[in-house]
Design a binder for this molecule. Structure first.
Ligand SMILES: O=C(O)CCC(=O)C(=O)O
Ligand SMILES: [Fe+2]
Length: 335
């Protein structure tokens, strides 16, 4: 099975037009769960079964670490790239947002966000921002390899509702990318093949801690966790961040260093340039990702690089999430 699917421009236009008929009726921040299921039904009538199978395989931890769909939605009109972390109030980007929601749903995932990250915003804006120093640095720096929400538990760790849970997958959709800046990926199996059995064993012991990534407004930490975890479907899952994951003893320090070395020396890094309308779904257990620095490319002229990012959870995980009563897509993490 291939990681890359190519839509013809006719198919991409079909997705835009079909979702254009429904997207204006829903606000993806208010009623995303209704929108994702309607978008799912619409996409299902457009996408053939063999492609659907490819898309679904990203949810199987033994299958594909990621899937890219080129020209998934042909972008026909778009507001300027925001410059300050806010969503544009014009509706021009609702169609791509609903396309990504529908695609995640087709892959077997429902969209969720965290109240503690950008006030619960579901569609994260990935673009250079200059609203303050912190967001400028965060949004333009090189992003070392990581998994999303490194401080979230896996379902295999039996978290009780109210504990943070890491998304199973996340989706990125390219809206603008004038400098062709790549998202970088490494599949976990290629990293594991560079580690000794002893290091793998050390990484599987609950001797690490993790804290929230910088986009969170609050520090949420989890302790006594492992870096590698056997998953329910038999595969291996990873949580990783160079800066947010710490080792709690000497054995753990050595193992984490060996992992960092394997990642930084990997010859299996894939560069995925998301052009406007390209979608990428990453399995957040079996793939690590990053991005080169975009410092210096930003112009703040409305044409800067712009991606949207949405987290997705498998249906079996949803009951483990505590959510806001009136906005069931927003996850509440207990203090
Ligand atoms: O900008 C990219 O290509 C990836 C962004 C990313 O990893 C993130 O926002 O967490
Ligand atoms: Fe990321």
């Amino acid at each position: 099975m291939h990681n890359e699917i190519f839509f013809s421009s006719r198919q991409g236009r079909k997705v835009w037009n079909a979702l254009g008929r429904i997207a204006h009726r829903y606000d993806q921040e208010e009623t995303p769960l209704e929108l994702e299921s309607i978008a799912h039904d619409v996409l299902k009538t457009i996408i053939d079964d063999s492609v659907l199978k490819q898309i679904c395989s990203v949810s199987d931890n033994n299958m594909m670490s990621h899937v890219v769909i080129r020209n998934f939605v042909s972008i026909q009109s778009l507001p300027f790239t925001p410059i300050d972390d806010t969503s544009p109030d014009t509706s021009g980007w609702r169609i791509p947002a609903s396309a990504l929601l529908g695609l995640l749903k087709l892959s077997g995932h429902s969209a969720r966000s965290f109240l503690d990250e950008m006030n619960g915003r579901l569609c994260h804006m990935v673009m250079p921002a200059k609203n303050n120093e912190k967001s400028f640095i965060r949004s333009t720096k090189k992003l070392g390899f990581h998994t999303e929400v490194v401080n979230g538990y896996f379902i295999e760790e039996n978290p009780i509702p109210g504990k943070p849970v890491s998304p199973d997958v996340f989706g990125l959709l390219g809206l603008r990318n004038p400098d062709g800046i790549a998202t970088t990926l490494i599949p976990l199996d290629s990293v594991l093949s560079c580690l000794t059995p002893q290091i793998i064993e050390s990484l599987m012991k609950p001797q690490f801690s993790a804290v929230s990534q910088s986009s969170f407004d609050r520090i949420i930490s989890i302790n006594n966790i492992s870096v590698l975890k056997k998953l329910h479907d038999g595969g291996m899952g990873l949580r990783y961040s160079n800066s947010k994951l710490t080792a709690n003893n000497l054995e753990a320090v050595k193992a984490l260093q060996a992992l960092a070395d394997a990642i930084s020396h990997s010859d299996q890094v894939m560069q995925v340039v998301l052009h406007p309308g390209d979608a990428l779904i990453l399995n957040n257990r079996t793939c690590i990702h990053g991005r080169g620095a975009i410092t210096g490319t930003q112009k703040f002229d409305g044409m800067d690089r712009w991606l949207i990012r949405i987290y997705g959870y498998k249906s079996s995980v949803l009951p483990m999430l505590k959510t806001l009563p009136d906005k069931k897509h927003i996850i509440l993490v207990d203090i």
